[in-house]
Design a protein around this ligand. Structure first.
Ligand code: SAM
Length: 471
């Protein structure tokens, strides 16, 4: 009962009003523990391959996300070295419906407008299989670090992380994206079980404030979608004002957008325009039934709202973005890179001495797509950060370690997950290591974790300081 006292009475009253006969089941579900999902990084391995090596009990699949499983929190998958090797992302199951619904295709230009900490970005990156361009934007500078870390861990070469306001992205890119995701900041009612603090911030005034901000963000997001392109709006709240209310207002103002019905998920509800204080027009109300509501009393999930929109009109502006020129390496940089590549990579590496690389400041980058216009935008990376030039040497990045496969490098040290060596490596300690001097890829059961540099039998630890962990 103590658990239930956390929930604001007004929130419960509203849910009783909305859910009617279903309310007792919903109320009961609030006192159950939250559901934990594990989504496999299909850039590295398939869900089936992960199931074969999983150190955790995988309780069941998640019907709306073929690459994911329900896991028991007691198994503590966040603490396992496979997590640091980017084999999976831990995500509440209903959040996994979002990227699946936007369904980006390989080679497209995709924008995740509100991306940190990167749950949906990593999912979109997996679905795109490293092809096309994915821009992951986060407006709040203090939330950038987590996003960058998750993107690097994922090993996706085609993600650019920006730190901009939606307004500036609109004036910079115009309506050029095939798919845009707005995973909007919201009152977070679907996070109440997971985050014990969340209910204490809740109020009806907060819902009103969120809805006012969401419609502004959705209008901006729409201006980034190309004609024929898709826009997915999602929240992790049940409040209809922030869901059907925002979409209804948007559709009234934007007749050139239509709602695309999302594929039904067994147990999910359609949109509920009838829960709004002021019902929309009959045609908008009918369309809203094609949205998706996931509830914790109906599914193994915390709660999400999703709605897919398509832009139907012809282009309104002749906005042709100019690509960022890729700055060539100096002759010293080219020599340092070639020496590094010759010493480190094996013949099967996807990177080699003649890969199309470019520099940005001191950093070396690889981009599998033509760079979009970036000058004048606050951004953190330009594709895969390969490494940095420091005086007369080249140092590989952690992002490169997580992009590579062990067979792509000449020198590997591989240890069992539970070994003392892995624990020491993740604490930032040096390791004894026989072999020739040079860069070594440290792996856990065949999955790269980071770099070490061997000098006279000692592996100097190059695991990034800010990633250090005690398992
Ligand atoms: N998509 C993320 C994921 O799956 O990991 C979660 C995103 S969270 C629901 C909403 C994000 O919107 C937050 O990172 C927040 O910083 C950002 N945000 C807040 N106000 C914003 C604004 N005015 N414009 C753009 N983004 C905003």
């Amino acid at each position: 009962m103590e658990r239930m006292e956390r929930f604001p009475p007004l929130f419960l009253e509203r849910m009783r009003r909305f859910l009617g006969d279903e309310y007792p089941l919903f109320y009961q579900s609030l006192s159950a523990p939250p559901q934990n999902g594990l989504r496999v990084n299909t850039l590295k391995l398939s869900a089936e391959a992960f199931a074969r090596i999983s150190p955790f009990t995988l309780e069941s699949g998640i019907p709306w996300c073929p690459s994911a499983f329900l896991v028991a929190a007691e198994d503590r998958p966040g603490k396992h070295p496979f997590h640091l090797a980017g084999l999976y992302y831990l995500q509440e199951p209903s959040a996994m419906a979002v990227a699946e619904s936007l369904a980006p295709r390989q080679g497209e230009r995709v924008l995740d407008l509100a991306a940190s900490p990167g749950g949906k970005t990593t999912h979109l990156a997996s679905l795109m299989q490293g092809e096309g361009l994915l821009i992951a934007n986060e407006i709040k500078e203090k939330r950038l670090g987590q996003l960058v870390m998750n993107v690097e861990r994922w090993g996706a070469p085609n993600v650019i992380v920006t730190n901009e306001s939606p307004e500036r992205l609109v004036s910079h890119f115009g309506d050029t994206f095939d798919r845009v995701l707005l995973d909007a900041p919201c009152s977070g009612e679907g996070m109440f079980r997971k985050d014990p603090q969340a209910p204490s911030y809740w109020s009806e005034a907060m819902i009103e404030g969120c809805a006012a901000r969401q419609i502004v963000l959705l209008r901006l997001a729409a201006r980034l979608v190309r004609p024929g392109g898709w826009l997915l709006y999602s929240t992790c709240t049940f409040a209809p004002e922030e869901n059907e209310g925002v979409i209804a207002q948007f559709l009234e103002e934007h007749p050139h957008f239509t709602l695309l019905p999302l594929p039904r998920v067994e147990g999910a509800m359609g949109g509920r325009p009838d829960w709004l204080p002021r019902p929309p027009s009959a045609s908008i109300a009918a369309a809203l039934e094609g949205a998706l509501r996931l509830f914790p009393h109906r599914l193994p999930a915390e709660g999400h709202f999703l709605c897919l929109l398509q832009r139907k009109d012809a282009p309104s502006s002749a906005h042709i973005p100019v690509a960022t020129p890729a700055a060539a390496l100096s002759s010293l940089q080219r020599r340092l890179w070639q020496e590094f590549a010759a010493q480190v990579f094996s013949p099967s590496s996807r990177l080699n001495e003649s890969s199309p690389l470019f520099v940005w400041g001191e950093r070396l980058y690889f981009s599998p797509f033509p760079l979009p216009p970036l000058e004048g935008l606050r951004h953190v990376n330009r594709g895969l950060w390969v490494g940095s030039f420091k005086k007369n040497r080249f140092e590989p990045s952690h992002a490169l370690a997580l992009f590579l496969r062990p067979q792509e490098v000449q020198q590997v040290m591989d240890f069992p997950a539970q070994s003392a060596e892995i624990a020491a490596y993740l604490r930032g300690e040096p390791l004894p290591s026989a072999g020739s001097d040079g860069w070594v890829l440290v792996c856990v059961e065949g999955w790269p974790l980071g770099w070490g540099k061997r000098v006279q039998g000692i592996l100097k630890n190059h695991y990034p300081r800010h990633w250090l962990r005690t398992l």
